[in-house]
Design a protein around this ligand. Structure first.
Ligand SMILES: Cc1ncc(COP(=O)(O)O)c(C=O)c1O
Length: 394
């Protein structure tokens, strides 16, 4: 069966050019970049070339990029690293209710170590109010961590405004840019960030490789101790094939971003309008305009998102209910409940995320299949209003 892949926020397929750029470092060019001999230097050259390509995409100096073992590590590095480096000066972190668990759980861990964490709420569209961040800052605040765009509902956060506040207060600002790097044009100065984390597999690169941008002068303790790799900021022999692939993906992303975003925005609008017109009791989650070009997240009352997912999968359509990392959990998404939505509606959510290989024919296929599947499930659902008197909670 030909699959319709609509789960690009979970991971993207790797570009063939990226695979080709990685290949030699799995085989003949296997040298350790820390080795002095010429084979080692080939590895070193590949790592440094990739550093330049990644830095080029986000408008920073190569030296400000630290390669990590993925996005989760980069988020942990930023949060734990800033807190531990600044523990003499303060003990307070500010983050938001809709962050990825890589941020929220790292903050929880710091709480166990005695730090204080303020979790700022979001509005019903999934947006953070910069004034809430400003209010939460105290003389003890070391770090503010706010994601650039949410991975579930696609809401794009006002990070530029927040950075003005953190700058003024002299507080370090971290942004998780997993869903935006290589998709939305930005640079680190435009956003005003001190730390920015990203992951290669979200921009058509390999899994298990990420990066943390660290603005010069920002004090960050390393997460991993050992060798002197990454300028003594991240110990361990570099993942040379992965890093080379990340570099290639970053290089390719730069010129393609605008065109891809325009196409995906058109598909997104077609999907949202089409689904809302065809299906009753369906609600778009996340801000209608301030959202990622590729993200559609809709709740369907009276049914479970997981059942929709299974029926879609049986027709070859790959989607998601929330973030891939928590899809094994039966708990409703913390992001959706943070938008103030009742648990029942959060359980009936479906996320469709598109990307480079999405076609209009695929969008049409989803528009044909989804209303049919929702009707079928509602016909079987004990929750349907006609049968049990659905409480209208809005
Ligand atoms: C917003 C966000 N943060 C962090 C991560 C974690 O990245 P990785 O899968 O590279 O560990 C993801 C990806 O799942 C994400 O979407």
């Amino acid at each position: 069966m030909q699959h319709v892949y609509m789960d690009y926020a979970a991971t993207t397929p790797m570009l063939p050019e990226v695979a080709a750029a990685m290949q030699p470092f799995f085989s003949q060019r296997f040298g350790n970049p820390s080795s002095i001999h010429s084979m080692g230097q080939e590895g070193r050259d590949a790592v440094e070339a990739a550093r330049g390509q990644v830095a080029g995409l986000i408008g920073c100096q190569s030296d400000d990029v630290v390669f990590t073992g993925g996005g989760t590590e980069a988020d942990n590095h930023a949060i734990k690293g800033v807190c531990l480096a600044g523990r003499e000066r303060g003990n307070h972190i500010i983050t938001t209710a809709i962050e990825h668990h890589a941020v929220l759980y790292a903050c929880n861990f710091m709480k166990e170590l005695g730090f204080e964490v303020t979790v700022v709420p979001v509005d019903k569209d999934g947006l953070v109010d910069p004034a809430d961040i400003k209010k939460a800052i105290t003389g003890k605040t070391l770090l503010v961590s706010v994601m650039h765009a949410n991975n579930e509902v696609g809401a794009i956060q006002p990070v530029e405004e927040i950075s003005k506040i953190t700058r003024e207060a002299g507080v370090c600002f971290h942004v998780d840019a997993m869903q935006t790097m290589g998709h939305l044009p930005f640079n680190v100065d435009m956003l005003g960030v001190d730390l920015l984390s990203a992951s290669a597999h979200k921009l058509y690169g390999p899994k298990g490789v990420g990066m943390l941008y660290i603005r010069p002068g920002t004090r960050v303790v390393p997460l991993l101790h050992g060798g002197e790799q990454e300028n003594e900021r991240r110990a361990g022999t570099e993942n040379v094939p992965g890093i080379a692939g990340f570099g290639k993906a970053a290089e390719i992303a730069a010129p393609d971003m605008g065109k891809e975003a325009a196409t995906l925005t058109a598909y997104r609008e077609k999907l949202v309008d089409g689904i809302l017109a065809r299906v009753e009791d369906a609600y778009l989650n996340g801000h209608r305009q301030k959202r990622l070009p590729n993200n559609v997240n809709i709740s369907f009352d009276f049914i479970e998102g997981e059942s929709i997912l299974m029926y879609l999968d049986s027709e070859g359509i790959c989607a998601s209910t929330g973030s891939a990392c928590s899809s094994a959990s039966s708990e409703p998404s913390h992001v959706l409940t943070s938008l103030g939505m009742p648990v029942e509606r959060a359980r009936g959510s479906l996320r469709l995320t598109m990307g480079r290989w999405t076609t209009e024919a695929e969008v049409d296929k989803v528009l044909e299949a989804l209303p049919r599947i929702v009707s079928k499930l509602r016909a079987m659902s004990p929750l349907v209003k006609e049968r049990c008197g659905w409480i209208n909670y809005l």
